[in-house]
Design a protein around this ligand. Sequence first.
Ligand SMILES: Nc1ncnc2c1ncn2[C@@H]1O[C@H](COP(=O)(O)OP(=O)(O)OP(=O)(O)O)[C@@H](O)[C@H]1O
Length: 617
Amino acid sequence: MIRHRPFLVEALTIAALVAAPFVLPHIGFSPATINRILIWGLVGIGFDLLFGYTGLLSFGQSAFFGSGGMFAAYLLTQTSFSNAIGALLLGTLFAGVIGYGIGLIALRRTGIYFAMITVAIAEVFFFLEFNPLSEYTGGENGLPGVPSPSLSLGFTTLKFSSNLEMYAFFAFWYFVGLVIALRIVRSPFGLVMRAIRENPMRAEALGHNIRSYKLVVFVIAAMYAGFGGGLLGMMQGFMPPDAFMFATSGEIVMQTAIGGAGTLFGPLLGAIVWLYLSDFFQTVLNLGATWRLILGIVFVLLVCFLRRGLAGAIADVYHMLRRRSATAEAPVSPVSSIVAAPRAPAAHGIANEPVMIKTTSGKSGPILTATGLTKRYGGLLANSDINFTVNHGEIRGIIGPNGAGKSTFFKMLTCEVKPTSGRITFDGRDITDMNVIDACQLGLTKSYQINQLFERLTVRQNLTIAALGELRGKFRLDLFRSLYKVPKLNRLVEQTAALVNLTARLDAPVSELAYGEKRRLEIGLALATSPSLLLLDEPLAGMSPQERVETVALLKSIARGRTLVIIDHDMDSLFELVEKVTVLQEGRLLVEGTPEEIKSDAKVQEAYIGGVYEEVA
Ligand SMILES: Nc1ncnc2c1ncn2[C@@H]1O[C@H](COP(=O)(O)OP(=O)(O)OP(=O)(O)O)[C@@H](O)[C@H]1O
């Protein structure tokens, strides 16, 4: 087991920051380069939260770096404002406000389209700086005369003018930035960020409003960049216009890739390598313009051979050594970053604790009603005029040949896709026009036919992500709250793991699970949202005969006191589980009845002639 050592990372960082200005000059780093590394490292922390933790690749950080820096420099050089730290913070705020506006637009798209929008935004800001706003930014001359940082204590003023004094100032802010980021990644908010990176579709289906989470992270990254821009102006005594250049964004991306994304320290390590090599190639080897070519080749080699970057490689070696030395202990699960997500303390005697996952609690009557449900994909009628009712506490099966429209039907019920016509009522509310996030928050969710897990996280983290949707609602700005401190979280996670028989695998990464275990986790994710109605889409799909027997037994125990609708092609198993069966064929409801009635129904036999039913009947 990996023990979580509080403040170990922080303590090591302080030690490294204190030692760096005395050690690095001996291996060829100039004092100015060391200060620059800290600035890039700090900007990179914000970028890493956005890219490494949330999976959003932005090429627009130069816009915020330049805006925050110019704003602070303008205050200090063109107005009577003389408080250096105040100017830095106002520049940061300015970058955050711009980040909010841009985030609202850019985050409407995902993937490559999001990245391309950020490229365009960086270019727009570069143009604005040089042309319409040159009166404020100095255009191609930038803003000269930015004072070095100082701090007024009332009785005296601390000035940070020499390289070493400036280093102390920058190192302090780097540390503050790091501590803030560490708090964020260790919070419930931080775990949702990783869920978005791994599988945004599933994060939404588990009730998280991922658009709001992404916007907050985008603003945070913009603020880190804006603060770094302010520091750059103070370090150089001049705010350069090239802060706005696209190359600035590119360097942040490359340094993070070299150092290792999703580690927080990666950008700093990347900056060390990048700036050292660029200094070395230019000033020591006098390579002229060729230095860019060599640096490019080094970048390609590093990224190809260290796919998780330097920080990832260091973490891998560290965990390998720990695994070797801990032969007597249970196998250690590799973590995906230097900063392992905190492990909640183990629950004791969970059998005696109050049950966190909702059961039907004695309600009766319909929980879900679908009326005239129809879904058309272009010319194809996937579902046609389906009327369907499920009562509280009922276990319903849905069968039908391949392509009968079963999965489409589930997608409409959970509000993943909008029906072309018809209405859906859940627990007395019309949910037809609702989205999947709100449907999950209401207590309606499903497990997927093809696993939709958070592959690079552990089983515990997977279940925690699902439980957080239930316990925190669709969005909460708990950036600085510890995961340990979310009430009831640990109990809900442990009880869900027990229900799907994964207690012994809680700290294993999903990528190490056997297929049958992954299928159980798929069900566990849906269960951890504590649904009032759980839809299971082919829970037995792809399982071996032995796994099927075990999973059917598991489903029987889950079914107790719950309302379930289960789709499966394995009719023997399904008929063992359910009280009533609905048969779909070619998008239409063919017939409903008990398993016995369905087995002997002529229409069903005809629908399946030559198909699955004939084989199992
Ligand atoms: N997004 C989509 N766009 C276009 N057609 C779709 C889409 N999703 C499903 N379909 C079509 O709708 C029909 C019903 O598909 P659906 O997946 O709901 O069937 P199913 O009964 O779940 O099948 P299976 O048992 O093979 O999973 C199929 O013809 C399928 O090709």
